[in-house]
Structure formats: structure tokens, C-alpha cells
Design a protein around this ligand. Structure first.
Ligand code: GPK
Length: 845
């Protein structure tokens, strides 16, 4: 019998013992087969959508074999795994990324060409999964790519929202929101896992039960309702390595366990309706960037996500018979992306106490040494605090655990600082307000062994102000890990023209693996031939962006003008308002030069296209007003024939990852002008530098570290630093500074209706010193000066080009590869494990 089993196994192995063939003909066959059999469409009909999907599935087939092998290999190694828990991911398009990871891009392009399709046109068929709202979600995606490329065994966990971040359209000169049903055509990169399901309970009551034998008190959580979580997996390939990781996204389903009694009572429809109620849990992503929505559904989403994820992690961990629970921290690292998944702390406690029957000390030891927390903001309105009665209602068992954590923690504080009740009150997880509130950041800091900020200045603020008490108690818990971005997506994929120039001049592609290799470009920065290639590349990308602007905004722009870009979520602290005020000032100045016939000075004006893009949260009316103002000013300027090509302003709708991939390579200057102390890091600043664009930046977040890397001469910095902002904010309460004359002039013109009938009163009033929380009035003068300096630099093309080359060549620190290595060393304590197949042939390399 054993022999028979062995023969069957062998047969199974032989049927698929090599990786799928990847010669051009085989790729064509696999694409056409997927059109015919998987999609059941006709291969003769020209249909880009079907061919995109079939191509994607053909690529996915080739990912799956590496993916399952990698997972098996990692299990056999029994290596420590990293789990990245994030409520948001902004994956961007996957087709080209996956093809280049597999080193099959050229072959697929050739295969498609012969079938009558270009890879570029099929790329455009892919919809961005908008499962995130801004920098935090995109960072998570860059991390997944670097983790796989660097051969770390790591899984991402998240939610599979049915509706991603809303689609932004501009209607009647304002933002309008539309649902983003990204799954409309199906998502070919995912694999549904009906076998991976967990029940997640919410509501109900807790009951103390005394064990009659031991006298021990056990808490039982009873009643409530169950929601079923089902996993969908997306393979995450590494670049030029076989290692392929996994992103598991949960969707909520009605649980199929019915109370059969209610059917007998004739409650057939009521029983089914009741179960279907759980479906909407993962329907929609909350569109808040740096803002906590405070909605009950959001807390339920968070818990649902965390509970399914932890059950899954524990199940996988326990599959290995050698694994004892106390060993979990040596085998598992859990990273909490912001406090959104912070309910993981009491949930893991609950699983260990109630399901695994561990004692409190053991459970706490495991939780504390397994989990770590990344903070991404110091904005008070973004800090998650939940009304205690709400937590009690949805998660009564967790509230009990939180009380116990808090009790033990505060005893420790009292021991360390006797007679300091204020400190105890400040540090408590529970805020004694009406109603009482649960502070998720405190819960996360107490429950984790490491807390990190995302740029030096940001981590400094965490230690010095926001989490100062905690830093005094546990200084070794706090670390800085400055953010990084995946240069393979943001250079190699987004900017093939630049990548070709770089590889040509370096004589190698090795920079794709090690961004430090770009340093060698610095010596070439003034070489006239290299400069010519570089400028040609930039012009090519600018023409592509100009065409995109023509298509999306119906505005004709000149690719020789300076492209000055400000793209990110619309937020007061990011100061798009200050930018558009500067634009209005520039416009008025050009008009007065014209009126006064100052032609010499007019010749000095740098022709400019100012490009905005970004979404405003639907309920954030100030941000939506800023968009209206930008559009109003843009319309006035673009239709004013007097100024000719000297100034154009556009607002590109529906900013997302794939739009960013067009905008960033086509920019000359980019603005990162947040009020100092408010932008934790910023990550697009890094992407712009990598693409040969110079930064105009405030003294905030990663701008400061970028300045150190590129050198002061190659970046335009301005404005108050964090310390000055702090003192100014206190002194402004006593002395009201005068509004900058130029600013006063601009606001007067806005009010007077120069830019259309709306007077934008509330926006303009926000500039009054007593209202100006974001220091627009204070920084406006030095902002205009920085703009002038950048204009002067742009007038000298050779010098400008050299600056952009040096700044690009200085970016190695800002690769997410560096960043992930730091997490691995400082927080996770994990080593890479590269999978090499024992006897399958790898036909792709
Ligand atoms: C921070 F708190 C948050 C949030 O809710 N969403 C978000 O995108 C951003 N962020 C910061 O605003 C950026 O400064 C930072 O670079 C990014 O997270 C990644 O760390």
C-alpha cells in the first residue's frame, strides 16, 4: 500500500516537475489558452481587456509556482517570519512589475507584439486597486516589494475593500466623488481561498466563571454575532529572485452557520437576512489621511482584520509540531502600521489567555516581544481614540483585557514616579473624559517592544513631545527608521527612459539592485554628452506628461516650460493653499510688468506650468475649498491671453499610483511645503529626486535628510523649522504679526472677484494671524524667495541639469531596501533566506 502511495506521489510530481516554459511561443500559447478557456472569450476578436486579463493570468501562473515553492522552503527552514499588518495598501498596477521581477518583460512584449497587442496598451487596461488613501498605504506596498526582493519571508495582511478610495472627478469646478468599483472586471492577480476562513465575533457579553476545581476565575465571552473572514491572496514577487511572498486580504462573508431553530419557527427569510448583514463590513475604505474617522464601522473593520489575521498566524505557527507558544517571538514578528491594527494587542492576549489557556505573564511576554508599532503622524486629529462605551459594546472581552494591561502598567508608573498623579493620568490608556476614551497609541506603545518614527525629525518629536513620558520610561524602545521608496517601481518601471540613460552611462544595470551605485553619476554631472542624454530624457518625459495633461485637463502646455508639481492628498498642513497663493502672486506680477511695459524683466520670467493633483476627504470642506480655489485661479490664468505661455495652471483629476507614474518623471521642480513639524516624513519627495526633479521644500520630515544627502546647493529650502514653529505659535498669541504685503495684495484680489465670483472668505480668513495654524502668513515671504532662487537656477540649463543629476545620484539612502534592512535588524531580528530550487529547472533566467 505504501508503494502504491509512493507511485501516485511520483506521478503527481512528474506531471508538473518543471517550471512553466517561458519561450515566446509558450507565452503566446498560455495567453491564448487563458482567453479561450479561463475567460471563455474568442481569441480572434480584438479585445484589449481580455488580452490584458489573459496575459495577467499567464504571468500569475508563473508567479504561483515560485510562490508555493518559496512558502514550502521557508517552512522547511523554520525561519522567523514577518507579518506586516496594514489597513491600507496602494499596490499600483502589477503587470509590468511582475514581468520585470520574473525577468520576462521583453519576452512578453515580443509575444504580445506578434499577437497584435503592445505591452504598453495592455498595461493601460489594468485598474489601480485603490486600497489605501495616501503615503501610508503606498509605503506598505513599497515595503512588500523590498521584502520579497531582499528574500525576507514576510506576509502582508490587509482588507479587500469592495470599494477602494473614491474616484475623483472635477464637476462644476469642484471635486465630486464617485465609487471606485475596482473589481468590476475581476482582479486577475488574486486567488480566492475558500479554505482559509475564520469566524470573528463582535458584541455579546462577558461572564466571570470560577473553575470549581482550581478556584481560578476565567472570563467567558458569550453571545454576540459572528462574521466570517475569507482570505484572498496576491503573490508578491521579488525582483530577480525566486522568492515570492504573499499579501493576504480579508473579505467579510455572512457566516454559514445558521441557528437552525429559527428556520423551524418559520423565520426563513429573517434568518438569512440576519446573516447577510455582515457582508458590508469590508465594503468601503475610509478615505482619511492623517485623520481618524471615529466611526463604529471602522472599529469593526479594524477588529475583523486583526482577529482573522492573528488566528491565521497562530494556525500557521502551530502547524509545526516543534513550535511551543512561548517561542512565538523567536519565530514571528508582527509590525503594526499605525494604530489602525492596534487592537491586535488585546486580541492576541485574548487568544493566548482564553483559547490557549496561557497565564497572563506568559501571554504578555509573547505579545510584547512579538509586536512592534510604527507611528506615521503627530497630528492630534489623526490619533485614534475610541469612546469607551463603544469598545465595551463591540469588544467587551477586550475592554477587560485593556483594563488589566492599564492597571499593571500604571502600577509600574507609580512605582517609578511615586507622587506624580499627573504623569499617571497622562500615560493612562483611558482618558478620563465624558465619555471616557481609549487611546490606541498608548495601548500600542505599552504592548510593543519597539516604536518607530519615520524620519529623524519626526522620531525626535515623538520622543520630545508626543510620547515624551513613554520615552522617559523606556528610551530604548524608541527607534527611528527613515522611510524609503521602492526605486524599482519609481525609477525602473515609471521612468524607462531615464533607466536606459543611467544604465548606458554606468555600463551596467547593477544600480537596480544597489542604488548606491548611482553615486558614480556625480562625476558625470557636468559632462556635456551625458547632460544631453539626460535633458533629452527629461524632455521626452515632459512631452508625455504634456500629452496626459491635454487628455485629462484639456489644457495645452509647452514642454519647454518649467513643470512645477505639487501632488499629494489635499490637507491644510500640506499647504496647497500657500502654493496657489504664490501662483496668483506670480500672475499678478506678470500682469503688472506687462502693464508697465517692463520688457527686460518680462524676459527674465521663467515660463511655468504649475501642476496640482490630489484628493480631499469628502467631508473635509476646507480641503475641498482649496481645490475650488485652485481651479478658479487656473481658469482665470489659462484663459488670459495677455500672458501667453508664461504661466499655466492645471489640476489633474483622480491622483493615484499610475497617475503618479506619469507625473513624477515629467517634473522639473516639486513642492513639499508642509508646515514644519506636521509631515512625518513624506515619500514622494524621494521619488521626485530619483526622477531628476529638484525639491522646493520646507524644513520638515524627510526633506531635511534629503537636503543632507543632495547638498544645500541642490535643493530649495525655506521657512520656519519645527522649533521656530513652536515658539511662533506661542508668541503669536501675544503679538500679531503684519501680513506680508504681497500676501495681502493677493488676498485682496481674491476677495474682489478677480478669480471668479466666489470670494473664498473662509479660506482667506484662515490667513489672519489668529487663525493661521499652519503659518502660511509667516512662511509666505521666504517661500516666494525660494521660488525666485529656483527660477534663477532654471535659467541656467547646464547648472540645473547638473543639480538634478547629483540629486538623483544621492538617493541611495532613500531606497526601501535600506529601510527594510533597518527594520530587519533593529526591530524584527530576521535574516534573509533565498530560495533556490533543488531540481526544478528555472526556464525564465
Ligand atoms: C500618515 F497618519 C498618517 C495617515 O493616516 N496617512 C498617511 O498617509 C503618511 N500618513 C504621512 O503623512 C507621511 O508624512 C508619511 O511619509 C507616510 O505616512 C508614510 O510614513
Amino acid at each position: 500500500e505504501e508503494q502504491e502511495l509512493k507511485e501516485k506521489k511520483e506521478k503527481l510530481w512528474k506531471l508538473l516537475c518543471t517550471y512553466l516554459p517561458c519561450d515566446v511561443l509558450s507565452l503566446q500559447k498560455s495567453i491564448v489558452q487563458h482567453v479561450e478557456y479561463t475567460l471563455a472569450r474568442r481569441r480572434y476578436k480584438r479585445d484589449k481587456c481580455s488580452f490584458y486579463q489573459a496575459t495577467a493570468i499567464s504571468v500569475r501562473d508563473r508567479l504561483i509556482e515560485r510562490w508555493t515553492d518559496t512558502q514550502q522552503y521557508l517552512s522547511s527552514k523554520d525561519s522567523k517570519r514577518v507579518y506586516y499588518l496594514s489597513l491600507e495598501y496602494l499596490l499600483g498596477r502589477n503587470l509590468q512589475n511582475a514581468m520585470s521581477c520574473l525577468a520576462l518583460r521583453n519576452r512578453y512584449a515580443a509575444a504580445l507584439e506578434e499577437l497584435g497587442y503592445s505591452l504598453e496598451e495592455l498595461t493601460e487596461e489594468e485598474r489601480d486597486p485603490g486600497l489605501g488613501s495616501g503615503g501610508l498605504g503606498r509605503l506598505a506596498s513599497c515595503f512588500l516589494d523590498s521584502l520579497a526582493t531582499l528574500n525576507f519571508g514576510a506576509w502582508g495582511y490587509g482588507l479587500r475593500y469592495k470599494f477602494g478610495l473614491f474616484e475623483q472627478r472635477l464637476i462644476s469646478k469642484a471635486q465630486a466623488e464617485f465609487p471606485d468599483f475596482w473589481l468590476k472586471e475581476g482582479y486577475p492577480w488574486e486567488v480566492e481561498r475558500p479554505d482559509v476562513q475564520y469566524l470573528v465575533r463582535m458584541y455579546g457579553e462577558v461572564e466571570d466563571r470560577v473553575d470549581p476545581e482550581t478556584g481560578e476565575v476565567k472570563v467567558a465571552w458569550k453571545g454576540g454575532e459572528d462574521v466570517l473572514a475569507e482570505g484572498f491572496d496576491i503573490p508578491v514577487p521579488g525582483f530577480h529572485t525566486l522568492n515570492t511572498n504573499n499579501l493576504r486580504l480579508w473579505t467579510s462573508k455572512a457566516s454559514c452557520e445558521f441557528d437552525l431553530g429559527s428556520f423551524n419557527d418559520g423565520q426563513y427569510y429573517a434568518a438569512i437576512e440576519e446573516k447577510e448583514r455582515s457582508e458590508p463590513l469590508t465594503s468601503v475604505l475610509y478615505p482619511c489621511d492623517n485623520n481618524a474617522p471615529g466611526k463604529e464601522l471602522r472599529l469593526r473593520q479594524q477588529y475583523f482584520f486583526v482577529s482573522a489575521t492573528l488566528q491565521d498566524i497562530l494556525r500557521r505557527y502551530k502547524k509545526s509540531p516543534s513550535h511551543g507558544l512561548l517561542d512565538l517571538p523567536n519565530k514571528v514578528a508582527i509590525q503594526l502600521n499605525e494604530t489602525h491594527p492596534a487592537i491586535a494587542i488585546p486580541e492576541l492576549m485574548r487568544l493566548l489567555l482564553d483559547d490557549e489557556n496561557l497565564c497572563w505573564q506568559d501571554a504578555w511576554h509573547i505579545v510584547h516581544n512579538t509586536c512592534a508599532y510604527t507611528n506615521h503622524t503627530v497630528m492630534p486629529e489623526a490619533l485614534e481614540i475610541w469612546p469607551l462605551p463603544l469598545v465595551e459594546q463591540i469588544l467587551p472581552r477586550h475592554l477587560r483585557i485593556i483594563y488589566e494591561i492599564n492597571h499593571q502598567f500604571l502600577s509600574e508608573v507609580r512605582r517609578r514616579w511615586p507622587g506624580d498623579p499627573q504623569r499617571v493620568a497622562r500615560m493612562s490608556i483611558i482618558e478620563e473624559s465624558e465619555p471616557k476614551m481609549v487611546k490606541m497609541a498608548h495601548l500600542a506603545i505599552i504592548g510593543c517592544h519597539k516604536v518607530n518614527g519615520v524620519a529623524q525629525v519626526h522620531t525626535g518629536l515623538l520622543c520630545k513631545s508626543l510620547f515624551r513620558d513613554f520615552y522617559e520610561m523606556w528610551p530604548e524602545k524608541f527607534v527611528n527608521i527613515t522611510n524609503g521608496v521602492n526605486h524599482r517601481r519609481w525609477m525602473l518601471q515609471a521612468n524607462p527612459a531615464m533607466s536606459a540613460v543611467i544604465s548606458k552611462w554606468l555600463g551596467t544595470h547593477d544600480w537596480v539592485h544597489d542604488l548606491g551605485r548611482l553615486e558614480r553619476l556625480k562625476e558625470l554631472s557636468s559632462n556635456p554628452e551625458f547632460q544631453r542624454d539626460w535633458q533629452e530624457m527629461k524632455r521626452y518625459n515632459k512631452r508625455k506628461l504634456a500629452e496626459f495633461i491635454e487628455r485629462t485637463c484639456d489644457v495645452d502646455v509647452d514642454a519647454d516650460a518649467m513643470f512645477d508639481v505639487h501632488v499629494k492628498r489635499i490637507h491644510e498642513y500640506k499647504r496647497q493653499f500657500m502654493n496657489i497663493l504664490g501662483v496668483a502672486y506670480r500672475y499678478l506680477r506678470i500682469l503688472s510688468l506687462l502693464a508697465e511695459e517692463k520688457f527686460d524683466e518680462l524676459r527674465q520670467v521663467v515660463p511655468k506650468v504649475v501642476i496640482f493633483a490630489g484628493k480631499a476627504a469628502p467631508n473635509y470642506s476646507v480641503a475641498k475649498d482649496v481645490i475650488k480655489l485652485i481651479i478658479a485661479i487656473a481658469d482665470t490664468i489659462n484663459s488670459d491671453t495677455r500672458i501667453g505661455g508664461l504661466l499655466k495652471v492645471v489640476f489633474i483629476p483622480n491622483y493615484n499610483v499610475s497617475v503618479a507614474e506619469v507625473i513624477i518623471p515629467g517634473s522639473d521642480l516639486s513642492q513639499h511645503i508642509s508646515t514644519a513639524g506636521f509631515e512625518a516624513s513624506g515619500t514622494s519627495n524621494m521619488k521626485f529626486c530619483m526622477n531628476g526633479s529638484l525639491l522646493l521644500g520646507s524644513r520638515d520630515g524627510a526633506n531635511l535628510e534629503i537636503e543632507q544627502s543632495v547638498g544645500r546647493a541642490n535643493i530649495f529650502m525655506f521657512g520656519a523649522n519645527t522649533k521656530e514653529v513652536r515658539t511662533l505659535q506661542t508668541t503669536m498669541q501675544y503679538r500679531k504679526p503684519q501680513l506680508d504685503g504681497r500676501l495681502a495684495h493677493v488676498t485682496q484680489e481674491i476677495r474682489s472677484g478677480r478669480f471668479g465670483p466666489t470670494s473664498f472668505d473662509s479660506l482667506v480668513d484662515s490667513l489672519l494671524p489668529e487663525n493661521d495654524r499652519y503659518m502660511v502668513g509667516h512662511d509666505f515671504g521666504s517661500y516666494l524667495e525660494a521660488l525666485e532662487v529656483s527660477d534663477a537656477a532654471f535659467r541656467k540649463p547646464e547648472e540645473w541639469t547638473a543639480k538634478t543629476i547629483v540629486s538623483c545620484a544621492s538617493m541611495s539612502r532613500f531606497s526601501s531596501d535600506r529601510c527594510i534592512r533597518e527594520y530587519a535588524e533593529k526591530i524584527w531580528n530576521v535574516e534573509p533566506h533565498q530560495f533556490r530550487p533543488p531540481n526544478k529547472n528555472t526556464s525564465s533566467s
